[in-house]
Design a protein around this ligand. Structure first.
Ligand SMILES: Nc1ncnc2c1ncn2[C@@H]1O[C@H](COP(=O)(O)OP(=O)(O)OP(=O)(O)O)[C@@H](O)[C@H]1O
Ligand SMILES: [Mg+2]
Length: 233
């Protein structure tokens, strides 16, 4: 398997000095292309910090991060946003949709920033919304949709340009169990289609659906196992 992510001895220290917080404490982690990984840990264990690092939203205080073999540990903001645009789709717990825009417009928005022309934008957004089963909700605004539907819009937005990496931070955190099941089904389908999927969660039920489970606590990796109960479906 080709290496996608290689994190070497990474520390992230907030507020260096007296009140410092070691959110990541000498983390080493390798993830291959096409893996389905869950990172699980309690509140404050460093999950979001790790996700921000993986997603090039933040850089380490020390240590190195290689993405596709390129050192991305010390990039400028512009270089980081370039990589994010090309490589990574984000799904957040709070959906992060813009309330005044329709589902279509929400999915199109990042494509505008990437300079995709109107026709192509509409084609991509349309296909992405179809792929998450929202054919009939394209002109709805977020407050006219259920939580599960809003999260599906957010997934459509993340996958519209088919990024090779999908990072999901508590993707089902705000959803009831039926919607949560639906979202996990979509996420697993995206994995089956060949994407690398990394799910951050505090929920053992969600982590149990991943092929590999990494447990983090106090900014350190406690265990890293292949899930013996994993089932392809
Ligand atoms: N910007 C910041 N400044 C200072 N400390 C921070 C900052 N962001 C996070 N922390 C601290 O770093 C630690 C890890 O935080 P992080 O957000 O990564 O946890 P988490 O595992 O995502 O938790 P949750 O499940 O509650 O989202 C926590 O102790 C937190 O208080
Ligand atoms: Mg978090």
């Amino acid at each position: 398997m080709k290496k996608l992510v290689e994190i070497k001895d990474v520390c992230k220290i907030y507020n260096p000095g007296e009140n410092e917080v070691r959110a990541l404490n000498h983390v080493n982690l390798t993830i291959g292309e096409g893996e389905l990984v869950a990172i699980i840990g309690q509140s404050g264990s460093g999950k979001s910090t790790l996700m921000n690092m993986l997603g090039c939203l933040d850089t380490p205080t020390s240590g190195k991060y290689f993405l596709h073999g390129h050192d991305v540990s010390h990039m400028t903001d512009d270089e980081q946003s370039d990589i994010r645009n090309r490589e990574i789709g984000f799904i957040f717990q709070g959906f992060n949709l813009i309330q005044s825009l329709t589902a279509m417009e929400n999915v199109e928005l990042p494509l505008i920033y990437r300079g995709v022309g109107k026709k192509e934008r509409e084609r991509l957004a349309d296909a992405a919304l179809n792929s998450v089963g929202l054919e009939k909700r394209k002109t709805h605004r977020p407050n006219e949709m259920s939580g599960g539907q809003q999260q599906r819009v957010a997934i459509a937005r993340a996958i519209a340009q088919a990024p090779p990496i999908l990072l999901a931070d508590e993707p089902t955190g705000n959803l009831d169990s039926a919607s949560s099941k639906e979202i996990m089904k979509i996420i697993k389908r995206l994995y089956a289609e060949g994407r690398t999927v990394i799910i951050i969660t505090h929920d053992p039920g969600i982590a149990a659906q991943a092929k590999r489970i990494i447990t983090i606590s106090d900014g350190m990796i406690q265990s890293d196992i292949i899930n013996p109960d994993y089932k392809e479906d």
